[in-house]
Design a protein around this ligand. Sequence first.
Ligand code: GLC
Length: 410
Amino acid sequence: MDRTELEEGARKILLTNLRQGVADWNGQEYSFVCPSITGYPFQWFWDSCFHAIALLHLDPDQAKAELRTLMSGALPNGFMPHIIFWEMEKQPDFLSRNIVGQAGDPHYSSTMQPPIIAYAVERVYRATGDEEFREAALPVLVNFYRWLRNTRDPDNDALIAVIQPEEAGTDCSPKYDEALGLTELSNQGFIAALKEIYKAYEPLRGDDQKILAADLFHFEDVLVNSIYAMGMRSLARLLGDSPEADEFNREADRTRDALLEKCWDEEAGAFFDLSGIAEKPVRVVTISSLMPLILDDLPRPIVERLVNDWVSSPDHFWTPYPLPSVPASDPKFMPGNPRGFIWRGPSWINTNWFLSHALRGHGYTELADTIVAKSHECIEISGFREYYHPFTAEGLGARDFGWSTLILDM
Ligand code: GLC
């Protein structure tokens, strides 16, 4: 597949998955790409940011529309939901099949997703030079990142906490098994555990501080916090020379330092999430343990440990089609991903996008080139799928999946 064929393939998916109209529940115009027509028919937060970045290579105006639509879902308190149900009437059975926490308004989920939006806005702004777009985005972004700090960081250590695994975007990752009390290792087991959490949250809905204090599922997640720091750097650059830019740069420094002080495990050579108010390190290596590589100011000895011990090791992440979501050495590694039990083995294009850029930035050109070439091969062999078998490149999960078009940006 050459570049033109790749672009054509991506364009087809992004156009097919494009949803446009006026919502009858709030009268607002929407124009966004859903992750998958069949599996994920609404607007997902981090997917939308990835779609906008891919769209920059095909249709910058649509990239702006995608993010404008996403930002139109921000609540006055700053919160941005992980799903906006623009066309709920077309998929009335979705909620019965899926677990999504909802607050008062049934058109939003009441949970968040990894805060990559400031980076996506920065990319769109840099590519288009559209000042109006930047100016309209800034108040939404400032409110959102302040909401994260004020609401999701009760111990004020600059690490924000998620209240259920879908908020981290890596739903069924084995790193959550213990906290979820997962006894049955299957998607059904995961959904049952999530239902329990939602039931317990029910009387606390809409009060994240109380939910965090209840300490039922309280994860200071490495992937989320790496992306949080990356987002705040973008926001600071978008803000230009100003006290607000200093505020977010300072906070990004604090988050980086907290990842190093509290999540880095020198013996394992990896970063671990902290579980509960007691901040118990969850000593399970997953793709998330590598994510601080996306910070360009990560100390060199730590970059080298991550790359030498984990990324480039064939025992762990360097499979024929890297980078698997769980290292091949983990007894729970499931490369074939049975029945929707996701993030437990297969390789995903979004994490490959993050980490190929990160590795390139840290000077590992060859590793980055290989990740890009292998991602490309997965798409060539199996099409734009949700994720891929890390040994065979077999396509798995949803077909015509939106964020796999990120290959255009790799
Ligand atoms: C799954 C993924 C999540 C993604 C969503 C829509 O739930 O785990 O990261 O945002 O699907 O694609």
